[in-house]
Design a protein around this ligand. Sequence first.
Ligand code: NAD
Length: 266
Amino acid sequence: MASTASESKRVVIVTGAAEGIGRGIALRLANDGYNLGLFDLPKAEPNLTAVANEIRTTCGVRVSTVYGDVSQEEDVKRLVDIVVQELGSLYAMIANAGICINRPLHETTAEQSDKLLDINVKGTFYSFKHASIQLIKQGKGGRLVAASSIAGKRGFAEHAMYCASKFAVRGIVQCAALDYGEHGITVNAYAPGACETSLLTGVDEYFSERKGQPKGSYMEVFSAGSALKRIAQPRDVANLVSFFVSDDAAFVTGQTWLVDGGSVFD
Ligand code: NAD
């Protein structure tokens, strides 16, 4: 449950909420009863508006939409300020926005590497930083949750800088858990395996083309690589995020949990 009957609903921010895993998380948390601040790039405005309208009409919770880029600190600060102004005290930040670029390491350009690290690592840093400033000021604890990956647990061919970014997220999560435990703020990450989204379509297209196979060929490879013999749907990941945000997860912090149908074991 998002809050007790006597309290106003808790407020959660989800970045990268216009589609994919972020959209799945937003829908699940709205069903759980949270008010939501949804954030995405300006070009995602039609999709984010559709997600917000779907939630408003089906879940009866309040939704604010904010546009910007998680790799720009002033955009993330503005996101937190606007959501707090419109919806009230913040409870949780879900730093979900991220991108994937596949290349063998020696074919990866400095620009590609910078873009990956700016969005996946600095985006997580800024999201946690401005949420934690607000949570500490409020003095009532809270939740920070980030997007790592199976690629944050072990290496994969032609993923060097993506893996670097997702290992970095694990490191940020462990350190932030130690920084904020005394404030009653828990910090965790989800580590999905292949999940059916636009990001995964891009990975499939890259590897299928490299191997001279038709688009879609790698989806079968991803499915075959897990114990449950299927790729994830966004709701599979959202179920774990719902737990991380809930009161039931009060004693879980500093963790990066796999949600991959059994493909990487740690
Ligand atoms: P997606 O491409 O389907 O959706 C990502 C969303 O983030 C989009 O709405 C996009 O507009 C937004 N976004 C991208 N860059 C942004 C920026 N700079 N600022 C604000 N918003 C931005 O991706 P997804 O598959 O839903 O991935 C979500 C997260 O989960 C990512 O961090 C990704 O690395 C991680 N992940 C995905 C998979 C997978 O198989 N799909 C597996 C492991 C981890």
